[in-house]
Design a protein around this ligand. Structure first.
Ligand code: ZN
Length: 169
C-alpha cells in the first residue's frame, strides 16, 4: 500500500468525466488499497479516484461505523428527503460550504471483484455518496453552494447548528 498525492482544485483532472472500470484486476485492488490508506492519512470520509489522478469510476466512502465502502461504477438509484449542512473536500483543504443533499441515498455499484451490490445509507454517509459520485463526472461541491465560507462564517455556522456537530456515541 502507498499513500497517493491528492490533487487540488484547479487541476483539470478534477473536471473530467471518468471512464467505467472494466477489469477488476490487481491494479484496481492496489488503487483501492492505496486510496483507503490515503483517505485515512488525510482524515477524510470519502475519496474519489480522480482526486489521486486516476480517471476511473472508483470511489470509497467511510461509513458511520468506520467501515470503508468500495464503490466501482456506482450509480445513485434512490433518494429520499433532504439535508442541509457543511461540506468539505480533500481537494479543497480547509474550506467549507453549505450544501443541500438528499437525506437518504441508495447506490448500486460493483465491488472490487466486479459483483454488483446495493447499499443504502443516510445523513453524512449519504452526503458522502453524492459528493464522491459527483467527482466521477468532474463536479465539485462548490458548484452547489453560493460561496465558500470564511473561517468566521464556519464558526458561526457551527454555533448556530450545534445539533449537526454532536458526537453519536
Ligand atoms: Zn471531494
Amino acid at each position: 500500500m502507498a499513500i497517493r498525492k491528492i490533487v487540488e482544485r484547479g487541476d483539470p483532472v478534477l473536471e473530467k468525466v471518468c471512464r467505467p472500470v472494466t477489469e477488476f484486476n490487481e491494479r484496481l485492488h492496489t488503487l483501492l488499497d492505496d486510496m483507503a490508506e490515503t483517505l485515512e492519512e488525510a482524515g477524510g470520509v470519502g475519496l474519489a479516484a480522480p482526486q489521486v489522478g486516476i480517471l476511473r469510476r472508483v470511489c470509497i466512502v467511510e461509513d458511520s461505523e468506520g467501515e470503508i465502502i468500495e464503490l466501482i461504477n456506482p450509480e445513485i438509484i434512490g433518494e429520499e428527503g433532504e439535508q442541509t449542512g457543511l461540506e468539505g473536500c480533500l481537494s479543497i483543504p480547509g474550506r467549507y460550504g453549505v450544501v443541500t443533499r438528499p437525506y437518504k441515498v441508495r447506490v448500486r455499484a460493483q465491488d472490487r471483484d466486479g459483483a454488483f451490490f446495493e447499499v443504502e445509507d443516510e445523513d453524512i454517509t449519504a452526503r458522502c455518496f453524492c459528493h464522491e459520485i459527483e467527482h466521477l463526472d468532474g463536479h465539485l461541491y462548490t458548484e452547489r453552494c453560493d460561496h465558500l465560507l470564511s473561517d468566521e462564517e464556519v464558526e458561526q455556522y457551527i454555533k448556530d447548528h450545534p445539533e449537526q456537530f454532536e458526537e453519536d456515541e
